[in-house]
Design a binder for this molecule. Structure first.
Ligand SMILES: *[C@@H]1O[C@H](CO)[C@@H](O)[C@H](O)[C@H]1NC(C)=O
Ligand SMILES: *[C@@H]1O[C@H](CO)[C@@H](O)[C@H](O)[C@H]1NC(C)=O
Ligand SMILES: *[C@@H]1O[C@H](CO)[C@@H](O)[C@H](O)[C@H]1NC(C)=O
Ligand SMILES: *[C@@H]1O[C@H](CO)[C@@H](O)[C@H](O)[C@H]1NC(C)=O
Ligand SMILES: *[C@@H]1O[C@H](CO)[C@@H](O)[C@H](O)[C@H]1NC(C)=O
Ligand SMILES: *[C@@H]1O[C@H](CO)[C@@H](O)[C@H](O)[C@H]1NC(C)=O
Ligand SMILES: *[C@@H]1O[C@H](CO)[C@@H](O)[C@H](O)[C@H]1NC(C)=O
Ligand SMILES: *[C@@H]1O[C@H](CO)[C@@H](O)[C@H](O)[C@H]1NC(C)=O
Ligand SMILES: *[C@@H]1O[C@H](CO)[C@@H](O)[C@H](O)[C@H]1NC(C)=O
Ligand SMILES: *[C@@H]1O[C@H](CO)[C@@H](O)[C@H](O)[C@H]1NC(C)=O
Length: 391
């Protein structure tokens, strides 16, 4: 497994997990519930958007598959849309239960998790199967973590869900991080590592697996490959006037869809570990904020400096304007942590959050189903205006 060589950066040596404690804690739900009960904006509008989502209805029926295929291997048709839609539904229903207290939503959420646990045997396809193991692993585990204390969740079914997450998702997450599908450490772009790390952290928390959780946090801090914080940081720039540090991330020269996805996944990773007492948000002088500021400034239309980057696809000599102004959920989480909770200057991230919201249904951050029907619209769990915003 991954060597533990940088323990000094960890703020706490966690010995028991806080539950729920992946993306959300019980303290978060106190804040959220108060806003919803009071009808405060913009939380109330976002709650309204969630409650009308087709993925948050108690009548939702999952379509579990024995083998999920992502990437066409020449034989088996892709069917991974069933998994990303069901993962979004499990999460949205779990959130709806936590806020409404209506067990109809809890039962629908555990029905999704349990029926997949009873059916899924493998994730396959092309190398893209490792995107499925990462993205849907962190999403299913977050749904499971929210349902963890539901008294109606039969313990054998809960155990079956943990077994699925560990034996199918986490084992692929670990395999990918260890040998990168047979490629060198700098081949796969950062989001591949990052989704698999987000998954291991979430599954470690749900299954109380300290080793799994610690290994993933350490990989983030000291790992050898593109998604880990030291390698992800391609260049630091000092912004004129503000003195702010802007960090060029590993996918800046590829396209902005992936450059922004990296920031969303880093937010997920950092929030999940922050809720267990490990502050990855603060690591390397707030690297994640500085990288978010760079991406945000560029995507809302300002120029940023750029250093040529030698990717496995060759020299990326200029920043890529492909998908510049990409609209995806996930930036509320970063603004809430750095700007609202820590009082740091997150002005570009805040502006990009507002730009995304301005281009979203009802002017707030939605989730799966609100950003198109293809997989990119389901990479982030979203609803951050309801779930993360403090003020
Ligand atoms: C909250 O939003 C709902 C629509 O989802 C609306 O009917 C209701 O009036 C709003 N509550 C307040 C207090 O504004
Ligand atoms: C659900 O229960 C929580 C915790 O008891 C409470 O804070 C919240 O207001 C309740 N929500 C509703 C809609 O009753
Ligand atoms: C868990 O629940 C699902 C859906 O309700 C069901 O299909 C499955 O058989 C259950 N599994 C166990 C181990 O109870
Ligand atoms: C995935 O598919 C390939 C090609 O069809 C097959 O050789 C392999 O055994 C499959 N792996 C799993 C885990 O099902
Ligand atoms: C806990 O995680 C470690 C590292 O990923 C893994 O080797 C081990 O099998 C897991 N333990 C259980 C009980 O699943
Ligand atoms: C950027 O700054 C951070 C924090 O001060 C430092 O750890 C890192 O090595 C720097 N990165 C580069 C590429 O210079
Ligand atoms: C990449 O392209 C830039 C701009 O054309 C050039 O300055 C740089 O030397 C190239 N880097 C490599 C490693 O070829
Ligand atoms: C996008 O980038 C390409 C390559 O650098 C450049 O030729 C093009 O003019 C840019 N388009 C816009 C709208 O900036
Ligand atoms: C925050 O940073 C921006 C530039 O990134 C700057 O324009 C603004 O004045 C700063 N805000 C404060 C309160 O320092
Ligand atoms: C998103 O909103 C901004 C600000 O309101 C606007 O300038 C921009 O054109 C919109 N972008 C898209 C893709 O709709």
């Amino acid at each position: 497994m991954f060597p533990i060589i940088f323990a000094a950066l960890l703020i706490s040596d966690v010995s028991a997990f806080i539950h729920p404690g992946a993306l959300h804690t019980s303290g978060d739900f106190e804040r959220i519930n108060t806003h919803v009960v009071n009808g405060d904006e913009p939380w109330n509008t976002t709650w309204g958007l969630l409650t009308t989502s087709p993925y948050a209805q108690s009548s939702y029926q999952p379509k579990p598959q024995a083998t999920v295929y992502r990437g066409y291997n020449g034989v088996d048709a892709e069917n991974y849309q069933y998994l990303y839609k069901d993962a979004a539904a499990a999460y949205q229903l779990a959130v709806r239960w936590k806020i409404s207290n209506d067990s109809a939503y809890a039962d629908a959420a555990i029905n999704i998790l349990g029926s997949w646990a009873a059916t899924l045997t493998a994730i396959n396809g092309t190398s893209d199967k490792f995107l499925a193991s990462g993205l849907y692993g962190y999403q299913m585990a977050n749904a499971a973590e929210l349902m963890r204390d539901y008294s109606g969740w039969d313990s054998s079914n809960k155990t079956a869900t943990g077994r699925m997450l560990t034996s199918i998702f986490a084992s692929m997450n670990t395999l990918f991080l260890e040998n990168h599908n047979g490629q060198n450490d700098y081949h796969y772009y950062a989001n591949w590592d990052q989704c698999n790390l987000a998954s291991l952290i979430a599954i470690g928390i749900f299954t109380d697996n300290q080793t799994m959780y610690d290994d993933a946090v350490q990989y983030m801090l000291t790992g050898p490959s593109n998604g880990a914080l030291p390698v992800f940081d391609i260049a630091n720039y000092t912004e004129d006037g503000s003195g702010k540090v802007l960090i060029q991330g590993q996918e800046a020269g590829r396209d902005q869809g992936h450059a922004t996805l990296d920031i969303v996944l880093l937010g997920v990773i950092a929030r999940q570990s922050y809720n267990q007492g490990d502050d990855l948000f603060a690591a390397y002088n707030n690297e994640i904020l500085n990288a978010a500021e760079y991406v945000s400034k560029y995507n809302i239309g300002y120029d940023v400096p750029y250093t040529p980057y030698d990717s496995y696809q060759g020299n990326q000599s200029v920043i890529s304007n492909n998908s510049r102004g990409d609209i995806r959920p996930g930036f509320e989480l970063l603004s809430a942590h750095y700007g609202q909770l820590k009082g740091l200057n997150s002005s570009w991230t805040d502006a990009y959050r507002d730009f995304i919201n301005a281009n979203s249904t009802d002017g707030v951050e939605g989730g799966g189903g609100n950003y198109g029907s293809t997989s990119g619209g389901f990479d982030g769990l979203g609803f951050g205006t309801l779930l993360y915003r403090i003020s």
